[in-house]
Design a protein around this ligand. Structure first.
Ligand code: DGT
Ligand code: CA
Ligand code: CA
Ligand code: ZN
Length: 587
């Protein structure tokens, strides 16, 4: 989290993109706007760090000029661009939310702002309701209806961040604070520990011999934008990226009870407190206590259990309940000692990646690089599934290129004799449910993932029929990201999920749990229902670059929330069984 770490090409590129958007809103000329956009793309594609380069070298880069190169230089030394700060001060902060609404670009945002006084979502809603937005040029009834929908969606999502953003932040914080002298234990709790797809705020719990020192360090980190509260046992800060972090310090011998309390969920905690009361005890963040003669817990009483979560659950007559199951969805029955339960999937069970993209379409790696990484991770199988021809913006493969790609993938087998390497495709499910390649070509592929990418606003019935058709297709192994939703981005298709589960089971087609934190599709409740319906689930990372393999962590948390058992996860099968499962679709 040092400053140097934030001066990456991605952050430089984001600055230029923001410069482009802000100057467009402010009515700058199109050449200037385009120069910023070009610079954003140029920096994004650089192989080395722009912030480490000399000014003269920067100017030579295709897509950069004297002025944009100077801005990079400024960013490298000061961590910001003065023109960007200047523009930010001229544009209302709330316009960012307005721009994030689908269908509102910088030009429309500018018109709404300058002509209608729209400065944030609230004023946008007022302007829509008063009919003023409809009076803008090129603004149809349909686009206004879509806008309203998008506003409602943005409002429900507001203030929460995706797990893929929260987790690295929490990991870094725990590692950094854990190094401070006197810190005995430290862990994150809350919705993040439960593995929810979005997180409201981060809850960190620590035990420390010198709590004031830890609190001071926490509140003075360079990443802190505002200190919301600074006490000896509880402090809260807002980071520069707008995330609230709460830190609580508790006695070491009460750490388990506190961890349990602050992990939640609230509903789970309520169930546990009721259970304690029914057994003549009281449960709070300080421990589990036996009530005295009066029916109250005496002052200064020693807890029955408090140091570890295991002890607290055991004293309540339960096995330890994993945080992902603490949602008051039947976990008490499930974790009663002696209750039958099949083992839920874990990250170490995963031995195959069945959805990934190479440079042939929109990935960053070669075939050999992907296979080598899969092998390094201890996987036995990799299926290469580049995009099909309709995905032209993702450089999807036409029939000729795909046939050559199949050859190239098969040729890699000689170089990786221990790996099971499959030539596949992520073939588009077109809006009517037909596939983007003809059956004869699909039959030449070892592995077929069929996914919806476009037409994601279909009526539920149309969407259901479209997906059913793909599930029933005899050559399709897996339905990739079945709803096409983006967490915080778009709701995606809303098919009758039960019909999909039934068909998937009947036709032996697996449903994907796409692990990427932007997708998590199927989502946790879907996984649970699909597993109960007897479907097979493929947990894949949709790898486009080497770091995407790490997204598996989010897929596994989601699968655990869905109580997916090892036996129902394709990627947990041994190499032979997985191949046998694959061949059922190839006779
Ligand atoms: P979030 O932050 O909205 O994603 O969700 P959580 O679950 O992290 O909620 P948060 O940060 O408000 O509180 C963390 C945990 O602390 C929560 O899961 C349960 C516990 N907790 C907080 N306030 C209360 C409360 O008023 N009653 C009970 N029973 N538990 C609470
Ligand atoms: Ca929280
Ligand atoms: Ca909190
Ligand atoms: Zn994909």
């Amino acid at each position: 989290m040092s400053d140097a770490a934030s001066r990456t090409n991605a952050s430089v590129s984001a600055c230029f993109e923001e410069l482009a958007v802000l100057s467009e809103i402010l009515g700058a000329n199109v050449f200037k706007v385009n120069a910023f956009r070009r610079a954003a793309r140029a920096v994004e594609g650089l192989a080395s760090e722009a912030c480490g380069m000399e000014l003269a070298a920067l100017k030579e880069i295709d897509g950069l000029g004297a002025s944009t190169a100077a801005k990079i230089h400024e960013f490298a030394t000061s961590g910001t661009m003065s023109e960007l700060e200047e523009l930010r001060s001229q544009v209302p902060a709330g316009l960012k939310e307005v721009l994030a609404i689908q269908g509102i670009g910088p030009k429309t945002a500018r018109a709404m702002w300058t002509e209608l006084g729209v400065v944030d979502l609230a004023t946008l809603k007022t302007a829509i309701d008063s009919g003023k937005v409809a009076a803008l040029p090129r603004m149809g009834e349909k686009s206004i209806a879509k806008m309203k929908e998008a506003i409602a969606f943005a409002e429900t999502a507001r203030g929460r961040i995706r797990i893929g953003e929260a987790m690295p932040l929490a990991d870094a914080l725990v590692a950094e604070l854990g190094k401070i002298a006197g810190v005995q234990r430290i862990a994150f709790a809350g919705s993040l520990r439960r593995g929810r797809e979005t997180i409201g705020d981060l809850d960190i719990l620590a035990s420390a011999s010198a709590s004031q020192k830890l609190m001071d360090a926490f509140c003075s980190r360079s990443d802190v934008a505002r200190v919301l509260g600074h006490g000896e046992t509880k402090s809260s800060v807002l980071t520069k990226s707008g995330v609230q972090v709460d830190l609580r310090v508790v006695p070491l011998d009460r750490f388990g009870a506190a961890l349990m309390y602050f992990t939640g969920s609230k509903d789970h905690n309520i169930r546990m407190r009721e259970r304690a009361i029914a057994q003549g005890m009281r449960l709070n963040e300080y421990g589990l206590f036996r009530e005295g003669q009066s029916g109250e817990v005496p002052e200064g009483a020693t807890p029955v259990a408090a140091a570890s979560e295991e002890e607290v659950y055991a004293a309540l007559g339960l096995d330890w309940i994993p945080p992902t199951a603490r949602e008051d969805r039947g976990e008490i029955e499930r974790f009663t000692p002696g209750a039958h339960r099949s083992r839920v999937i874990e990250i170490s069970d995963i031995r195959a990646e069945l959805h990934c993209h190479t440079r042939a379409s929109d990935g960053a790696m070669t075939i050999d690089e992907i296979v080598a990484e899969a092998e390094r991770r201890g996987f036995h199988t990799i299926a290469i599934t580049d995009h099909s021809k309709s995905q032209f913006q993702a450089n999807g493969l036409d029939e000729t290129r795909l046939r050559a790609h199949i050859q190239a993938i098969h040729a890699a087998r000689a170089r990786f004799p221990k790996m099971q390497i499959w030539a596949g495709s992520e073939v588009d499910i077109l809006s009517d449910g037909s596939l983007d390649y003809a059956d004869d070509l699909l039959a030449e592929l070892d592995w077929v993932v069929a996914s919806p990418h476009a037409a994601l606003k279909q009526e539920p019935r149309v969407a259901t029929d479209r997906l059913l058709k793909a599930i029933q297709h005899p050559l399709v192994h897996v339905i990739g990201h079945p709803t096409g939703r983006i967490v915080h981005g778009r709701p995606g298709l809303e098919p009758a999920m039960n019909e999909l589960y039934a068909a998937a089971k009947e036709h032996g087609t697996a449903l994907e749990l796409n692990s990427h934190h932007m997708r998590l599709d199927l989502r946790d409740v879907h996984v649970r229902a699909a597993a109960e319906a007897g479907c097979m689930i493929a947990i894949d990372c949709d790898v486009h670059a080497i770091e995407d393999f790490e997204e598996l962590r989010y897929g596994i948390l989601t699968a655990q929330r869905g109580l997916l058992t090892v036996g129902q996860c394709l990627n947990a099968l041994d190499a032979k069984s997985l191949d046998a499962w694959r061949r059922k679709k190839r006779v």
